[in-house]
Design a protein around this ligand. Sequence first.
Ligand code: GTP
Length: 192
Amino acid sequence: MAKSPEVKLAVFGRAGVGKSALVVRFLTRRFIWEYDPTLGKKHLLLFYGDTENDSHEDLQQRESHMRWGDGFIIVYDITDRGSFEDVAPLRSLLEDVKKPKNVPLVLVGNKCDLDHARQVGTEEGERLAAEMACAFYECSACADEGGAVAEAFHEVCREVRRRKAVQGKARRRSSTTHVKQAINKMLTKISS
Ligand SMILES: Nc1nc2c(ncn2[C@@H]2O[C@H](COP(=O)(O)OP(=O)(O)OP(=O)(O)O)[C@@H](O)[C@H]2O)c(=O)[nH]1
């Protein structure tokens, strides 16, 4: 069976929203405090950073990771409205930095086990995701009973692969067109 192509995923969101916990949950099906520390952050896909008070270096690093990624997950914490307000600027930066635009993206509202402390309604997340034309998941890295964390990661991977397949087809079609044009040119020359 053909191996699935590698997908480079980048996870963005304000500090403390649970990026590392989500990646650990996805990779190990465990919450971060249960996981083996020897696994280490090197196994995490990505874990960036604050959107406020960023140094020039932080900004440069974030932009280079945006260029690096094939697919993106933007995370906010449903108990932290500020982290929700960071989403739109992050998405704009992504649109500015990443070419071509309209990247594979999923929006995640994390920590939904803390419903009593909720500051961002589910419908607000849904509305923002609709504006950004991307899928939306509310989930909890801590108590992921329905498997929404894995579903969010899989959805962005599927979207990346779908687009790679379309691009591959377009590339093959354009190289076939080039060959046809070259043959036609040769035939025209020969017959003239
Ligand atoms: N209750 C609850 N706590 C969570 C959840 N996800 C993460 N946390 C906690 O939130 C805190 C921050 O989680 P991290 O995964 O380190 O967040 P981060 O976004 O990677 O943070 P930075 O590395 O600072 O950017 C930790 O204390 C986690 O245990 C969740 O789904 N529910």
